[in-house]
Write a protein that binds this ligand. Structure first.
Ligand SMILES: O=C(O)CCC(=O)C(=O)O
Ligand SMILES: [Fe+2]
Length: 267
């Protein structure tokens, strides 16, 4: 089963290289790639952020498989199961949900808070993605990106075409920044350059990254993360993260819009 590739929204220029506060209007603009990002300020208090990090540390992080520079996480990702059996991901998803429930019950649940915020604001059903055959996806990672990333995309129709989530029309990611180095928080750059199949020519072999020249002269939005705030951006656009000066911990997941308007989340 493979889904038709949604048409890229290109030719739209970002008039302002800044994030808009989340509301129904800005959500629509983000999905249509008319703005670079949406922000939810003061999503979590400093105490909530610290408590979640503390509980996560007790459980312990593990490194992403085969990723250079290294990224640590708690949770399961479709990204690490591409090319392997889909069912091996779903085998891990249950364990991942249990660990997450433990951490969130001892701190707070950014997943529940985000999902209810989206329901209220956008006015559509918001659900954790579930495959009719394999069951629920795991949604919500606790992640440390401290050495930066390669220039990349996160887009299931391109990367996981045989998975249930590949039917999304737009794909976005949210990140709640829990812990940052105040001097050097590790900026994220998002280019107004949605992936198209021809871009595979720029893929760097045996990595998840693309050659920097793929973005050409596309407009570049600089996301300077701020603690306690959620940023959401369209991950079909090429993007990359700078190395940070110290700890850089987030809670994050993928989000997608389905043709019927629903929003689904997964990791
Ligand atoms: O940590 C970040 O700021 C963004 C990481 C990223 O590549 C993503 O969420 O897709
Ligand atoms: Fe990404």
């Amino acid at each position: 089963m493979s889904h038709p590739l949604p048409a890229a929204v290109d030719g739209v220029s970002w008039e302002v290289l800044a994030a808009r506060e989340l509301d129904r209007d800005s959500w629509g603009q983000l999905v249509r790639n008319e703005i670079p990002a949406v922000v939810i300020r003061d999503f979590a208090t400093p105490e909530e952020c610290s408590r979640l990090v503390e509980r996560a540390q007790v459980i312990g992080f593990e490194a992403y498989e085969q990723v250079v520079p290294p990224i640590d996480r708690i949770g399961a990702t479709v990204f690490e199961h591409v090319g392997s059996d889909v069912s091996s991901y779903f085998g891990k998803a249950e364990h991942c949900r249990a660990i997450q429930a433990e951490i969130f019950s001892q701190s707070f649940s950014p997943m529940d808070r985000l999902m209810s915020r989206l329901r209220q604001t956008v006015g559509v059903p918001v659900q954790v993605a579930a495959d009719p055959r394999h069951g629920s996806y795991c949604a919500g990672l606790i992640r440390r990106i401290e050495n930066g990333t390669l220039l990349h995309i996160d887009f299931a129709p391109a990367e996981q075409p045989d998975w249930w989530v590949a039917q999304v029309q737009a794909q976005l990611a949210w990140n709640l920044y829990l812990e940052l180095d105040p001097e050097n928080p590790g900026k994220t750059y998002v280019y107004n350059r949605p992936w198209t199949p021809a871009d595979e020519a720029y893929k760097i072999p045996d990595t998840y990254g693309y050659q920097p020249s793929v973005v050409g002269s596309a407009a570049k939005y600089t996301l300077k993360p701020t603690r306690g705030d959620v940023y959401i951006f369209n991950t079909r656009n090429f993007h990359e993260v700078d190395p940070s000066g110290g700890r850089r911990t987030t809670v994050t997941s993928q989000m997608g819009t389905l043709p019927d308007g629903r929003i689904i989340l997964w990791s």
